[in-house]
Design a protein around this ligand. Structure first.
Ligand code: PEP
Length: 253
């Protein structure tokens, strides 16, 4: 959809020191020549690499900095947590919330995801809300229902101005980091189901919300996802770790 600017986000997960992040950036940015005019590119490194990238020329090259997680409180006795304001202070404009690894390994509930999303919006950031079904849920024919429930839990009651700033990443859990991506037709159908739910939850603002596909996106399969009417970009793990493969994705978007 031409009205929505495509978005490509790199989720580095627990990879790269500040030095490695900078070396990625130098190689990646050396290849950029105007792509960021048509694609919104976001790099989400681990927290310790944020200041190093904040000090590099990402903004001048049209690239945004994001975090992989955030806490909903602004300060206080929450050992190990980082607030939205702290992320802003190190240059983050975007933040991933509710990634399936956080839901599965760190017990992140729908309620926690909802609070994180709202806190990020409150701080003026763009939340990238991850939703997606497990293989078991897909096999049981419950994929749409599961994703609809995740969307409702996170977005219900949000005013339309804020809702329009949300980005949704549809990531089937079984496709993440497995080298086994979804079929593009299935991803397209799920993205259409996401859009329908977004219309129920956010009204006309739903047309502005970018829907990304994530799950073993690679340079040789990305075009087919982007060709789906309701897919507006990608959230990329493995293929975002090497400058040449992430650049290939950006160039093809
Ligand atoms: C992700 O972490 O969001 C992801 C999609 O990972 P990968 O691209 O490695 O499947």
């Amino acid at each position: 959809n031409a009205a929505r600017k495509p978005l490509l986000a790199a989720n580095w997960k627990m990879n790269k020191t500040p030095e490695e992040a900078l070396s990625f950036w130098h190689e990646f940015s050396g290849r950029l020549s105007g792509e960021t005019g048509r694609v919104e590119v976001v790099i989400c490194p681990p927290y310790p690499a944020l200041p190093a990238l904040q000090g590099a020329d990402l903004r001048a090259r049209g690239v945004y900095l994001g975090a992989q997680n955030v806490h909903w409180e602004s300060r206080g006795a929450f050992t190990g947590e980082v607030s939205p304001g702290m992320l802003r202070a190190v240059g983050c404009s975007h933040v991933i919330v509710g990634h399936s690894e956080r839901r599965a390994y760190f017990g992140e509930s729908d309620e926690a995801v909802k609070r994180k999303l709202r806190a990020a919006l409150e701080e003026g950031m763009t939340p990238i809300l991850c939703v997606g079904e497990t293989l078991e849920q897909r096999t049981a024919g419950r994929a749409e229902e599961v994703v609809a429930a995740q969307l409702t839990a996170a977005l219900e009651g949000l005013d339309t101005g804020r809702a329009a700033r949300v980005v949704v990443a549809y990531e089937p859990v079984w496709a993440i980091g497995t080298g086994r991506s979804a079929e593009s037709r299935d991803a397209g159908e799920m993205a259409a189901a996401v859009r329908r739910r977004l219309r129920e939850l956010a009204g006309p603002a739903a047309e502005e919300i970018r829907i990304l596909y994530g799950g073993s996106v690679a340079p040789d399969n990305f075009a087919q996802f982007l060709a789906e009417a309701e897919v507006d970009g990608g959230l990329v793990g493995t293929a975002s770790l090497r400058p040449e493969s992430f650049f290939a994705l950006v160039a093809s978007a």
